[in-house]
Design a protein around this ligand. Sequence first.
Ligand SMILES: [Zn+2]
Length: 356
Amino acid sequence: MTTHGGFEPVFCTVVPPHVLDKLASNDDPALSGPARRTLMRDSELRGRRRVTTEFRLAAAPAAKAPSDQPLRTLYDAGHGTGLPGTEVRAEGSEPGQDATVNRAYSGLGATFDLYLKAYGRHSIDGDGLPLDATVHYDENYNNAFWNGEQMVFGDGDGEIFLDFTIPIDVIGHELTHGVTQYTANLTYFGQPGALNESVSDVFGSLIKQYTLGQTAAEADWLIGAGLLAPSVTGKALRSMKEPGSAYDDDVLGKDPQPATMDDYVRTGRDNGGVHINSGIPNHAFYLAATALGGYAWEKAGQVWYDVLTGGELTERAFFTDFAKLTVKAARERFGDGGEEFQAVGKAWEQVGVRIS
Ligand SMILES: [Zn+2]
């Protein structure tokens, strides 16, 4: 299938379909209702996104020199599904009464900051793309997503999921799908899809760490901490430190992520397990970052960023292709005599991904 300008925007929702499928089959309608509604909405959106994205790309005005400041606009969908909704906060304006709007505004800013200050990248496209986001999308909507042109956040059903603007790493995760879309454009299926997911988790977590000023040792390495309602037995959606340990709940089931290739999951669901097997490259990043110490965005993050944007990573790359490129990038960036390429190589070895 051909796509406009070579872009293949990913319709990634924060909560993967296998989690919502599980919820949708619950006997309690208070739990299954919102999950079913969210699944239906997501499937509608998946079918619709390509058309709108192609239109927007074709209609985009010529870019000016990118600014070192983000250009954020926040909209409120008022619990409807029309996008973008009513404008509620523009760039540079003071925080208003709505904490959801303010959190989304800050999250967009934090994402812009990490990419600019750590990697010299101007916004998602590297060319100052304005950052638009809509909050209060739909009713009891248990998800958040980047649709190829903007961020959209649901409020959650309050039973299983809380407000999707709460975890800053989730905002960073979604916007990073935009960065991937404009760079390596990893195909959203199987191993390249799991790499696409993992890259979003890596930079999502780094955005949180950068905002909190945390070292690799201090970080929680969780994706979506604070998103699960208090009644859920779990701490987050995923753990990069211990994939498979994020939740184990009567309603949600157990976190299915493997940490190593020994437990690689072969499945046709979830686009070939993109949110499942991402645990393996996630864990490799965690191992490399903690072995190197200090701020994870400076060394391990720089290496991953170099691979994502360097032009050598193909759209259909497998874990082993990605791993080899990280070792190469670590040598190029930090030298042959450095500990960096060794730590990166060892991390992949530990998760069972072959690099030689
Ligand atoms: Zn994603």
